[in-house]
Design a protein around this ligand. Structure first.
Ligand code: FES
Length: 281
C-alpha cells in the first residue's frame, strides 16, 4: 500500500498529492512517469511525476479529472492509500545525460500548458539545481486554472505567464509569447521543451519549426500496461512507430504525427462517458 501524505486541490478539477513511494522517489528522474491503481481491479492511471523527495521517500503527482477513475481518485484524502504505484516508467529527459559544460552553453525555453505545468516543473527545478537558468512560459485558460506559479517562479530564470482570456498577466496563447521573445526581444534558444495539451504542442511545434528551434514534446496518449506490451500508447514519430510508455514519453516534436495522436486519444471517449454516468447514478 502507498499512503497519501498530502492531498490538495490546486484548481477546479486539478489535484496534487504527495504519496509515499520510497523506491520510486529514490530513482526517478525528470521526464518519467508512474502508474497508480486505487484497488486491485482498478484502472491503471498513468501520471507524470511533478516532484520527488528522495530522503522523504515521497513523490508528488498532479492530475486533472478527465474520467471516472480520476474523479474517484480526487476523493482520496491524506491518510488514504493507493493499492499500487508502479514506476518510474519511461525515459528520463535527455538533458540529464548531457555533460554539464555543454548543457551550460545551451539556452533552454520551457513551454507549459495547463496541467502540463506539472511535468515541466521537475525539469526546470533540475536545471536550477544544476546551475542553469532557463526561460519558462506557462499558459492557462484563465487565472483560476493556473497552477504551481510560485513553485515555478522559484526555479525559473525568467517566467512568462499568459492566460487565454487575459484574466491574469498577459493575454494570449503560449505561441504568441514564443514569437514575441524570439522576434521582438531577439532571444535565441537552442532547445525548446513543450508540454501540455496535444493541440498546444502541435501549434508550438508548427511555430518552432518555422523559427528553426529544435523542440522536444512529452506525449500523454492512452496507456494501459505502461510497459510496451499492449500497444495502446502507439504514436508515429517520423516514419517510425513508437510506444510512448517505453520509448518516450519525450520525442522530437517536429517528427510527431499529432493529428494521428489526437485521433487515437478519442478512442475511449464513449466508454469514459458511460463510466462517468455510472459514477453519478
Ligand atoms: Fe501499453 Fe505503452 S501503454 S504499450
Amino acid at each position: 500500500m502507498y499512503k497519501i501524505r498530502k492531498a490538495e486541490k490546486l484548481a477546479e478539477n486539478i489535484f496534487l498529492m504527495d504519496v509515499e513511494a520510497p523506491r520510486i522517489a529514490k530513482s526517478c528522474e525528470p521526464g518519467q512517469f508512474l502508474i497508480v491503481k486505487m484497488d486491485e481491479k482498478g484502472e491503471r492511471i498513468p501520471l507524470t511525476i511533478c516532484d520527488y523527495h528522495r530522503e522523504d521517500g515521497t513523490v508528488t503527482i498532479v492530475f486533472q479529472i478527465v474520467g471516472a477513475s480520476t474523479k474517484k481518485m480526487a476523493e482520496l484524502q491524506a491518510g488514504d492509500s493507493f493499492r499500487d504505484v508502479i514506476g518510474p516508467l519511461g525515459q528520463a529527459s535527455e538533458f540529464i545525460h548531457e555533460p554539464a559544460a555543454e548543457l551550460k552553453e545551451k539556452k533552454y525555453l520551457f513551454v507549459a500548458g495547463g496541467v502540463g505545468t506539472a511535468p515541466v516543473y521537475p525539469q526546470v527545478k533540475w536545471m536550477k539545481e544544476n546551475g542553469i537558468d532557463v526561460d519558462v512560459i506557462v499558459g492557462a485558460k484563465n487565472k483560476d486554472l493556473l497552477i504551481l506559479e510560485d513553485e515555478m517562479r522559484a526555479v525559473a530564470g525568467n517566467l512568462y505567464v499568459t492566460t487565454d482570456d487575459g484574466s491574469y498577466e498577459r493575454k494570449g496563447m503560449v505561441t504568441e509569447v514564443i514569437k514575441d521573445l524570439v522576434q521582438n526581444e531577439g532571444k535565441h534558444y537552442d532547445q525548446v521543451v513543450a508540454i501540455g495539451p496535444m493541440i498546444m504542442m502541435k501549434f508550438v511545434c508548427l511555430l518552432t519549426r518555422e523559427l528553426g528551434l529544435p523542440t522536444i514534446v512529452s506525449l500523454n496518449p492512452i496507456m494501459v500496461d505502461g510497459t510496451g506490451m499492449c500497444g495502446a500508447c502507439r504514436v508515429t514519430v517520423g516514419d517510425q512507430v513508437k510506444f510512448a510508455c517505453v520509448d518516450g514519453p519525450e520525442f522530437d516534436g517536429h517528427l510527431v504525427n499529432f493529428d494521428e495522436a489526437m485521433k487515437r486519444q478519442t478512442i475511449y471517449k464513449t466508454q469514459e462517458g458511460r463510466a462517468m454516468l455510472k459514477l453519478q447514478e
